[in-house]
Design a protein around this ligand. Sequence first.
Ligand code: 4AD
Ligand code: MG
Length: 430
Amino acid sequence: MKEHFIQKAKEFVGETVTLKGWAYSVRKGGKIWFLLLRDGTGIMQCVVTQTDADEASFDIKNVITQESSVKVTGLVKAEPRSPGGYEMLVHSLELVALAEEYPISKKEHGVDYLMDNRHLWLRSKRQHAIIRIRHTIIKAIRDYFDERDFTLLDTPIFQKAATEGTATLFATDYFGEKAYLTQSGQLYGEAGAAAFGKIYCFGPTFRAEKSKTRRHLTEFWMVEPEMAFYDLDMNMDVAEDFVFYIISQVLKYRRVELETLERDIKKLEAIQIPFPRISYTEAVKILNDNGVEFEWGDDFGGADETIISNQFDSPVMVHRYPAAIKAFYMKRDPENDKQVMALDMLAPEGYGEIIGGSQREDDLTAIIDRIKADGATEEDYNWYLDLRRYGSFPHSGFGLGVERVVSWLCGLQHIRETIPFPRTISRLNP
Ligand code: 4AD
Ligand code: MG
């Protein structure tokens, strides 16, 4: 079956073809009218005249409404003045379904209204561009690991214990037992690293984030590679190479969409590897030098991250954080007991943390101490501790939040537009 899509118009210039889609907008004259046809891949101007179209088709102009679905047959020509560079001279037009008055018009709507109509808002140019860039980012993520001998390891959504602290767990009833929605696949990923060497898990993760910020969702997608016999430095090498690859793929395949979003593409093109690497202690100094009252041991807030990342044009990796503000599974710094071998990658332009990772604690006694210090028990993590009992090994990994990266690369104000149907503290619908 031969199908024709607007984004491939170049391939059928000079041919008479049928396109199926929706009326993005309609402009009417007496003897001629213009239909901007949207088919999900692009937008094409269709010109309907009394001479070229049959009478019934021409008369559809009297009834057609925005977002009515249609089938249009006609001759495709190159037309530099048209949006997209092509146009169709219509021979016949069939109304598939007439749309009711469309809730989203050209006039300005508030964000809440648009979010309430998210299922329709997705059809608009901006949202379309964002989701296509998201698609390319996700494909780049998969390709990166697939091409480097990582095995995909799917980790469970229902979990018995916390990975990233108990404060943000979503609890659910699991046949009379308590289960939590996954915050991270990491602990299972570590089991995978012992079985396969290099793995990645990639799926939705959940955090009961009670704060309203432009960076937090309650449901977001995270990719987490985990690598056997990798130390912190090797982990950072992978993280920067990986993020650089994602940027290069977006620049290669999604230029039109970046332009639709009016993204300052030069800022992305200027990014180079290696990315700067600074210790947490050096980051604290940057804050203090910028007049921020910040003490060693405090955790960075969004505003702090912005100040640190503003010192650089590329993402910056901050390593070796105070143990007290990081998760139990991170390896103690052999050179400073107060620190762990953590890494965060902060994106430029104020987008904040896009990656969190670490070298993992591989010493059984040390990790049991950390679990107990968190108020949990050895039993909670029994299977996980087996990884330290049966052939413990140095290993490292990180998690990259897809929506944070989409937000940054698209240059968005808020993370809610980065995912088709966002979940936040105040939104469960649509
Ligand atoms: O820094 P986090 O909490 O790290 C982990 O979950 C580790 N277990 C990962 C690992 O080492 N395998 O989260 C990782 C990333 C953050 O850097 C951020 O990009 C994203 O996940 N993230 C969120 N994105 C959107 N909304 C939220 N509420 C997020 N919380 C974390
Ligand atoms: Mg983090």
